[in-house]
Write a protein that binds this ligand. Structure first.
Ligand SMILES: [Zn+2]
Length: 305
């Protein structure tokens, strides 16, 4: 089963790679604490990104109606899943959501001065819009750690005032549409999860770490403990040849799959180090850029913990 994902992707051309060029700044030496902070960001962002792919899975496998862009709906599902975790998982879910937000702000750094029609015509919202949308839902949920976060990132008071109703409306829609598929409401489980940490030589250490963390098992549990799925679903990691994560309705043996590419973890790692542990290579002009520029590493760490 060597490089199954890479082979599959040779036939699968509909994947949209995420545009992201790491800033070419000089990395400084990292302490073990700094390294732990980067690792935690990568794990949190990777999990949240995979929950976005789970959003696509839920929409398509359960034929959930959506009346706006699927990419935004998938972000909303990922954000709500993290916001409604049980109390014992609550703190970890909040850290993951903060990593999700930081991730979109980091991707968004490349958008300044670059937004043209290609950006506007993309099926995804702009990265900073995705960040603010998640911050707003989190603030609207009443989660205490996000109100300060929303202010620090410059979410306007006008928008903040509407976040509670945005959250309530999203939760109501989510609950109504998913109820027929909840195991608790009597739906019968048909599918089962299939876990695949695909072989890799280049990213062998990363593969080992993800496996030790039960990265895919935890994602699979989040879905299959709650929701009746009509088919088996592959939860996979693999070498893709480019940094991305994706959902596809027909992977190996025709089963749907959500896949996290090892290259994506590498990109998240480098992007975070470039932003928070390097000499910054640009002039700050937004609250987030100022945060990076001032090298408020402790605050940045708080934002991802
Ligand atoms: Zn997507």
């Amino acid at each position: 089963m060597k490089n199954t994902v890479l082979k599959f992707l040779g036939l699968f051309l509909a994947v949209g790679a995420i545009a992201f060029a790491p800033m070419s700044a000089q990395a400084v030496e990292q302490s073990p604490e700094d390294r732990a902070e980067v690792d935690e960001f990568v794990l949190g962002a990777a999990t949240a990104i995979m929950l976005h792919e789970v959003g696509h899975l839920i929409i398509n496998e359960l034929e959930i109606p959506i009346l706006a862009r699927e990419e935004d709906a998938a972000d909303t599902i990922a954000t709500l899943i993290l916001l409604i975790q049980d109390e014992e998982d609550d703190e970890r879910a909040a850290r993951y959501l903060q990593a999700f937000v930081t991730n979109w702000f980091l991707f968004g750094l490349d958008e300044y001065g670059a937004i043209d029609d290609a950006y506007m015509a993309d099926e995804h919202s702009l990265n900073r819009q995705r960040a603010f949308a998640a911050v707003c839902l989190a603030h609207g949920s009443g989660h205490p750690s996000f109100t300060e976060h929303a202010e620090r990132h410059g979410l306007s008071q006008e928008r903040m005032a509407r976040c509670e109703s945005e959250f309530e409306s999203a939760m109501r829609s989510f609950a109504q549409l998913l109820t027929p598929h909840f195991l608790d409401d009597g739906a019968a489980q048909i599918g089962k999860p299939i876990i695949l940490y695909d072989e890799t030589e280049t990213y062998a250490g990363l593969r080992e770490r993800l496996e030790a963390l039960d990265f895919l098992e935890e994602l699979a549990e989040l879905v299959f403990d709650e929701i009746a799925m009509p088919r088996d679903v592959i939860f996979g990691t693999g070498e893709c040849g480019f940094p991305n994560a994706f959902y596809t309705p027909t992977f190996l043996d025709g089963n749907p799959a959500v896949i996290f590419c090892y290259e994506m973890a590498e990109m998240l790692d480098e992007g975070y180090i470039d932003a928070f542990f390097s000499e910054s290579a640009y002039e700050p002009s937004t609250p987030f850029e100022n945060l990076v520029e001032e090298n408020e590493v402790d605050d940045a760490a708080a934002a991802t913990r």
